[in-house]
Design a protein around this ligand. Structure first.
Ligand SMILES: O=P(O)(O)OC[C@H]1O[C@H](O[C@H]2O[C@H](CO)[C@@H](O)[C@H](O)[C@H]2O)[C@H](O)[C@@H](O)[C@@H]1O
Length: 389
């Protein structure tokens, strides 16, 4: 962490579609920038995010209300976050949307439809499974404390973990996501990968004595607690707002906040964060996510776990990462850069993504995982003319 106020320490690896920079200084200022998405749907990346930098560079600023409006526009744009087709003035909007969806599906086909091709590509390689939690293993619900996973999904993940090393990679605090999943044989990377722990038992139900534990942001714990308390206090006047303490990061939920109150909430969050330039803000599904400005994300967690499993400089590893949100894009990008395995985006709508394939919702994730586990279990039949041992 640097103390030099002139150094910009907001260094999210996610590529930017739309960014709002909150420059934290005595006169905290907002700067909105819009960048064109990279060309070609198959190489596109995560959508808008808000970053907090420590830059002291002065920028021509709009007045306070305009600044908050920009932030609220960003909240709106990401809810749901999807690529908006170019507005059409003709009567053919429906066809246009349909064409747009079809073109996106061409570049990000269903992982269920492409199952055989995925399996072929993995032949002779060790599959390692990475699973996001909210919106991937459990459906999105209004109350974050009630995002339960179905028993059928738990059984499926358990089956998968019997066949392949499997990790849950979540924005939630690790103990909370473990409370939902309750499978000791998995790796868990909580707080957007900033809290990593290995299995507590192996898939034969034996207790593991040795287990990885990695917490790259532990020095931020007191600050996160302090900001949590301030945010709870500050936002309590906004009906529906909920602050969630994810241990090394925080979430401010606005799913249940009336849209006309979003600017009030943005103002409240901004007023707290202006005193904490070491924290940055990103945006998920109707949630503002606050975390330390360290160079660590779900992509780094994926690399760390592959290394812990002994697959670092290994050509025969095949990571498969399934996730639905912006923070998962960091992992999709790493997979693309490594040229190993695939990212699968869970979304009903076209979205900018570095994932190769798509699934529409958690029930399709379950189907995919079931097929994977069944494929692994099935006996390898001898080829015609081959003797059976
Ligand atoms: O990385 P994830 O496991 O996907 O965590 C991202 C955020 O997920 C949770 O919020 C989301 O799911 C909630 C329950 O369905 C929903 O109410 C909320 O609107 C979604 O944003 C979690 O509560 C957050 O802390 C995570 O940051």
């Amino acid at each position: 962490m640097t103390n030099n106020p002139n150094v910009v320490i907001s260094e999210s690896k996610s590529s930017i579609n739309m960014a709002i920079t909150v420059t934290v200084s005595n006169s905290s200022i907002f700067q909105a920038t819009a960048q064109k998405p990279p060309a070609g749907p198959s190489s596109t990346t995560g959508g808008g995010y808000i970053s907090i930098s420590r830059s002291t560079k002065l920028v021509q600023q709009p007045d306070g209300r305009a600044r908050i409006k920009t932030w609220v526009d960003s909240m709106r744009a990401s809810s749901p976050s999807r690529i908006k087709p170019t507005p059409s003035l003709s009567d053919h909007d429906h066809d246009h949307d349909h064409d747009h969806n079809s073109s996106w599906m061409l570049h990000h086909p269903s992982a269920l439809d492409m199952f055989d091709q995925i399996i072929d590509a993995s032949k002779g390689k060790q599959i390692v499974m990475f699973l996001d939690y909210d919106g991937t293993l459990s459906p999105i619900v209004d109350d974050p404390d009630r995002a339960f996973m179905s028993d059928a999904m738990r059984k499926t993940v358990k089956m998968v973990a019997r066949s392949f090393p499997t990790a849950i990679v979540s924005g939630r605090r690790r103990d909370k996501v473990y409370g939902f999943v309750r499978l000791g044989e998995l790796y868990y990377a909580g707080s957007h990968g900033m809290d990593i722990k290995g299995p507590t038992k192996d898939s034969n139900y034996k207790k593991c004595t040795q287990s990885v534990l990695f917490q790259p942001a532990s020095e931020f714990l007191p600050m996160i607690d302090q900001v949590y308390k301030q945010l709870v206090e500050k936002t309590k006047s906004t009906p529906g707002a909920k602050v969630e303490n994810n241990k090394f990061c925080l979430s401010v939920h606005y799913r249940c906040v009336e849209e006309k109150k979003w600017s009030e909430l943005a103002q409240q969050v901004k007023s707290v964060l202006k005193d904490f330039p070491q924290l940055r803000l990103t945006q998920g599904r109707k949630v503002l996510e606050i975390r330390p400005t360290i160079k660590w994300d779900k992509g780094k967690a994926l690399e760390f776990l592959l290394e812990s499993l002994g697959f670092n400089n290994c050509s025969d590893v095949f990571p498969v990462y399934i996730g639905d949100d912006r923070t998962d894009e960091d992992a999709f990008k790493i997979i693309r850069e490594r040229g190993q395995g695939f990212g699968i985006l869970v979304s009903k709508f076209p979205k900018e993504t570095s994932a190769s394939y798509s699934l529409r919702e958690p029930s399709e994730v379950m189907d995919f995982l079931q097929r994977l586990a069944e494929w692994k279990k099935r006996p390898i039949l001898p080829l015609p003319g081959q003797c059976q041992m």
